[in-house]
Ligand binder design. Structure first.
Ligand SMILES: [Zn+2]
Ligand SMILES: [Zn+2]
Length: 410
């Protein structure tokens, strides 16, 4: 029996409680920065496996298994739920009004705990250090930074590599990996531009911020179409434009809320610079009496997988899982804050997608070409990963990826 197989030998025994743990979390979701119960349950489990437990960044929890000489692997799960009212009708639906695990972070927590238990029990097959890290507040892009700010790099052993997975509406029983960008960098930006207020009948007394903001919205369309290199990916969305209260009053300011997505740090820098330049330029053109203000918030870093780590983990997946289970991932326009953890240590990482959707329904939707309409995506009130084989595959993927570095016979 190989080291991988001996660690995974206990899988079927552990899946019972992993499943119960998952349904318990799904019934009792907690929103970002309020993951107290989840965090306490995770810490209790980790301690019972024999991990050294550290609390970091509020509700963040880290379990460390030290097992002799060798590499250090960090695996991460996020724990928070969303302010969404569940509509799945599942027997284990959320019991908390207006809160739901609609992004599958309950899958991440329970499968990483399952993997940590198997690693703890299978110590004779590997050597090194295994770190299971549970972070709060991914949905608001704040949790990984909170753990970094609370001393992550001094309180937790430095890993050689970091791993994470996310359940997605692709067929359960499959995993998808890719080197390079897998999730976009995301930035939200509030822009305030100033005019000069006046009576609606006296435009000559005003600097009209409504016209100014309108011309900014149009001009911003050229950032992607005229300034971004064809083939480079960028999204610039003006999600809100607010000014004024009444038809006969010219207001004195307007605010715009923008969302920006990119797959490269350079493109991100260029796009943000272009936005600021256009806004300043339009303000000058309009004769705005005051400098515009830029306020960045809900910022997510780029998730770009290291090529060597991804190759090693993908090879291990391909050897372990049945033919056709390991797919090439297409980059997602969604964003994540995971990469702040490996970036804080300055270490490479890979982040893969875990299939969670009923394979039959998924295949039928693919054939009809209606996946985006028929398969409830993450954050939908209907998001409902199937338990089998999603939980089993999630545990196995975490073990196989870690063992590709830690196994004595790797
Ligand atoms: Zn999410
Ligand atoms: Zn998520």
């Amino acid at each position: 029996m190989s080291g991988f197989e001996s660690v995974l030998a206990g899988l079927d025994t552990e899946l019972g409680w992993v499943r119960d743990f998952y349904t318990h979390l799904h019934r009792h979701p907690e929103v970002s920065l309020e993951e107290q119960q989840t965090s306490a349950l995770v810490a209790e489990k980790l301690a019972s496996f024999g991990c050294e437990v550290t609390h970091l960044g509020g509700t963040g929890v880290v379990g460390v298994l030290t097992n002799g000489e060798g590499p250090t692997v960090l695996a991460r799960a996020d724990m928070d739920a969303l302010p969404v009212t569940e509509a799945t009708g599942l027997p284990y639906s959320s019991e908390v009004d207006g809160v739901m695990h609609a992004c599958g972070h309950d899958v991440h927590v329970s499968t990483l705990l399952g993997a940590a238990k198997l690693m703890a029990d299978g110590r004779e097959a590997w050597s090194g250090t295994y770190i299971a890290l549970f972070q709060p507040a991914e949905e608001i892009g704040a949790g990984s930074q909170a753990m970094v700010d609370d001393g992550l790099v001094t309180k937790v052993p430095r890993p050689d590599v970091a791993l994470s997975q996310h359940v997605m509406p692709i067929a359960a029983g499959t995993l998808a990996t890719t080197a390079g960008p897998v999730l976009s960098a995301g930035d939200s930006l509030k822009i305030t531009v100033y005019g000069k207020g006046a009576h609606g009948s006296m435009p000559h007394m005003a600097v009209d911020p409504v016209v100014l903001a309108s011309s900014i919205v149009l001009r911003l369309q050229t950032v992607v179409s005229r300034e971004t290199k064809p083939g480079d990916f960028a999204v610039v969305t003006v999600g809100a434009l607010n000014a004024g209260t009444k038809s006969n009053i010219i207001p004195d300011r307007a605010t715009l809320l923008l969302n920006i997505r990119t797959y490269s740090n350079q493109v991100r820098k260029d796009v943000l610079a272009a936005i600021e330049r256009i806004v300043r330029g339009e303000c000058v053109t309009a004769g705005s009496p005051q400098e515009p203000e830029f306020e960045y918030y809900d910022q997510f870093p780029l998730t770009s997988n290291d090529a060597a780590v991804t190759e090693k983990v993908t090879d291990a997946f391909t050897r372990h899982f049945e033919a056709g289970a390991v797919l090439q991932a297409t980059p997602q326009t969604a964003s994540e804050d995971f990469s702040r953890i490996p970036d804080a240590f300055g270490v490479p990482y890979t982040f893969w997608l875990l299939g969670g959707h009923d394979p039959e329904k998924y295949r039928a939707a693919v054939e009809r070409g209606t996946v985006s309409q028929d398969i409830p995506g993450n954050h939908s009130p209907f998001f409902a990963p199937v338990l089998d084989p999603t939980l089993s595959l999630g545990v196995q993927a975490q073990v196989v990826a870690a063992m590709s570095y830690l196994a004595k016979d790797a």
